[in-house]
Design a protein around this ligand. Structure first.
Ligand code: ADP
Ligand code: MG
Length: 280
């Protein structure tokens, strides 16, 4: 029987994605496909679920054009409008406008001025289109170095994000809350990344230390609030950092998040059921 579901990855992954390895045995109607394989007949699938397409950040317009084409011939998950909005972290400004607490962020487009205040102190400079910590760098009282990094990102055409370094991440880590089929499933704790030496990391993503965790009531409440603002989605990951004023949004992963399915005994079955429920 031909596969009805495509779990979409990239041809440029060194090792298979753990989530996909867990999902495949539970979803016999699914198979892996590659967004960057020009020979795939996407219309042959009833459902095309974005998963480990982690190289899209370097090919964003191509990726979005592909996602648009696919959504014209079959059902893309999450939907293309969500993908278009979520692949550029300028969406954080939209969340802030809706009263959601985010990590305080200054966005600087190429050609715009960077004020001395923005790069003073302990800051993170990163591209607005990014994943796997690529292009994210930490500066501590190094305004000239921070500017130079921003200039390099601008040179590549990126809009730059400058944020105060949320120091509490060094002790408490980052919390990812995973929702499957619209319901909270499980949480994961990711150790701080930028304060560790990552110079050896060469792949598509920084090597991450992720463990199961319990979300705090505040984290859960904030994540639920965000999910309530969004349309119904098959998967949502809300990444939060601790701050003096409670949890704040670092990013909202609606495109190709790792779902950390290995961290919770029920999570692979919950994800498989959420995906299968989308088959008509
Ligand atoms: N403002 C910040 N304060 C503390 N750590 C940060 C900040 N911004 C980014 N980081 C660290 O860098 C990592 C990658 O940044 P993130 O914004 O999540 O981009 P990506 O899309 O690459 O995952 C985070 O997991 C976190 O460890
Ligand atoms: Mg992240």
């Amino acid at each position: 029987m031909p596969a009805r579901i495509a779990l979409v990855s990239t041809r440029h992954l060194d090792t298979p994605d753990v989530d996909e390895e867990l999902l495949l045995p539970l979803l016999p109607e699914a198979q892996i496909a590659y967004w960057d394989d020009p020979d795939t007949d996407w219309a042959a699938y009833e459902l095309v679920i974005l998963r480990s397409t982690w190289n899209y950040t370097e090919h964003l317009s191509e990726f979005l054009a592909w996602a648009t084409r696919v959504s014209q011939v079959t059902r893309l998950v999450n939907p293309v409008e969500i993908v278009e909005w979520n692949t550029d972290k300028r969406y954080l400004a939209d969340l802030a406008e809706r009263g959601i607490p985010i990590v305080s962020t200054t966005f600087v487009a190429p050609g715009e001025e960077i004020t001395p205040d923005a790069v003073a102190g302990h800051v993170v400079v990163k591209p607005s289109v990014g994943a796997g910590s690529k292009g994210a760098k930490l500066f501590d009282g190094q305004p000239e170095e921070a500017r130079a990094h921003a200039a390099a990102l601008h040179n590549d055409g990126a809009t730059v994000m400058i944020q105060p370094y949320q120091k509490a991440v060094d002790e408490q880590g980052e919390t990812a809350l995973i929702f499957l089929g619209g319901r909270f499933s499980h949480a994961a704790r990711k150790a701080a990344i930028l304060s560790r030496d990552m110079s050896w990391s060469t792949g598509l993503y920084a090597d991450e230390k992720v463990v199961p965790t319990e979300a705090t009531p505040e984290e859960l409440e904030l994540a639920e609030r965000i999910v309530a603002e969004l349309p119904d989605l098959a998967y949502t990951r809300v990444d939060l950092l601790p701050s003096d004023n409670g949890p704040v949004v670092l990013e909202l992963e609606l495109t190709e998040p790792s779902l950390f399915l290995a961290l919770h005994p029920q999570a692979p079955a919950t994800a498989a059921a959420a995906f299968r429920a989308l088959l008509v």
